[in-house]
Design a protein around this ligand. Structure first.
Ligand code: PEP
Ligand code: MN
Length: 343
């Protein structure tokens, strides 16, 4: 439930509302709306039956939230959130680009990649140091050594670092070296891990599960937010369907759906979403046109030699060409006022 205060409500009125909510064992969260304050109620709203909230001074109305997730919902937080990751704002007027190899393979490979990524204009370097591979015999990642190379690449280029965390024990080292923690598709419903990254101070990039509905995905975001971390960015990366030509089916309609249902920023990963480097450019441009707040793309200095996901990795040349296209498209969309949903 959210309680909408009228624009003239005093801070004393708000305190009384919070006291009434707390008196039945529920938690209150205050949000600043454009015109008025909103008080969100967390917990079992049936407990509020004994309190006449609507009758309290300063209360304009109360609205039940129909969704199982609350903190992540737009009903609860009508304004779109902008998530600040070490000074880079995700969800603002500029699309934010994260690019880099699937995995950190060596110091040389990573520093070379970082230079290309930075020169192309992206803000983030991606690269897995812990790789959740389908086969236990595939390259599993360089772990802490890989994290150190990522941190060195940040020193050299100024790029922010986003990298995956796959276990609870991995949170501390990844948070020490990275600017943003990535929860991969395979862990989207690893609730123990979600609760622990919720206690962490670093922003989280939450990828959509391999076969997750949008509702399940937003509930996964809710786990992180409910544990105390409000800085969640969603990432659509394709879902399993009956189609086999592509690695996954990139669900670009999820961008529009999430924009309606949630205030959280959403970016798109056309690399894992298609599994084919040729499809990355059209899907990247389509994602921006659909209103995505950014992109995550795999780029390798030599995709043919990549230890993972070479077939979906861009060459440096293709990466540069996509970056220039994105820039032009984003400017056009902004100038023509073509972004956003009609309400
Ligand atoms: C990745 O980004 O490296 C990755 C493993 O992606 P996903 O979790 O979306 O499969
Ligand atoms: Mn990959």
């Amino acid at each position: 439930m959210v309680i909408i205060m009228n624009p003239e409500a005093t801070s004393q009125n708000i305190d009384e509302v919070i006291k009434a909510i707390n008196s039945v064992g529920l938690e209150a969260k205050i949000m600043e709306g454009a015109q008025q304050k909103i008080v969100g109620v967390i917990g079992d709203k049936t407990k509020l039956a004994s309190v006449a909230i609507d009758a309290l001074p300063g209360v304009e109305s109360s609205v039940a939230i129909s969704k199982s997730y609350k903190l992540a919902s737009r009903e609860f937080h009508p304004q779109s959130s902008v998530i600040d990751v070490s000074g880079v704002k995700i969800g603002g007027s500029e699309p934010v680009i994260m690019a880099g190899p699937c995995a950190v393979e060596s110091r040389e490979q990573l520093l070379k990649s970082a230079k290309i990524v930075a020169e192309g204009g992206a803000q983030f370097l991606r690269g897995g140091a812990y790789k959740p591979r389908t086969s236990p015999y595939s390259f599993q990642g360089l772990e802490v050594e890989g994290l150190k190379y990522l941190a060195e690449a940040r020193e050299v280029t100024g790029l922010k670092i986003v990298t995956e965390v796959t276990t609870v024990e991995g949170i501390e080292p990844v948070a020490e070296y990275a600017d943003m923690l990535q929860i991969g598709a395979r862990n989207m419903q690893n609730f123990g891990l979600l609760k622990e990254v919720g206690k962490c101070k670093r922003p989280v990039l939450l990828k959509r599960g391999l076969a997750a509905t949008i509702d399940e995905w937003l509930n996964a975001a809710e786990y992180i937010m409910n544990a105390g971390n409000p800085d969640v960015v969603l990432c659509e990366r394709g879902i399993r369907t009956y189609e086999t030509y592509t690695r996954n089916t990139l669900d670009l309609s999820a961008v529009a759906a999430v924009k309606h249902l949630s205030h959280l920023p959403i970016i798109v990963d056309p690399s894992h979403g298609t599994g084919k480097w040729r499809m990355v450019k059209p899907m990247a441009l389509a994602a921006i046109a659909a209103g995505a707040d950014g992109l995550m793309m795999e780029m390798h200095p030599n995709p043919a030699r990549a230890l993972s996901d070479g077939s979906q990795s861009l060459t440096p040349e293709h990466y540069r060409s996509i970056m220039s296209g994105i820039k032009k498209l984003a400017t056009f969309l902004r100038e023509e006022n073509l972004i956003g949903l009609d309400e």
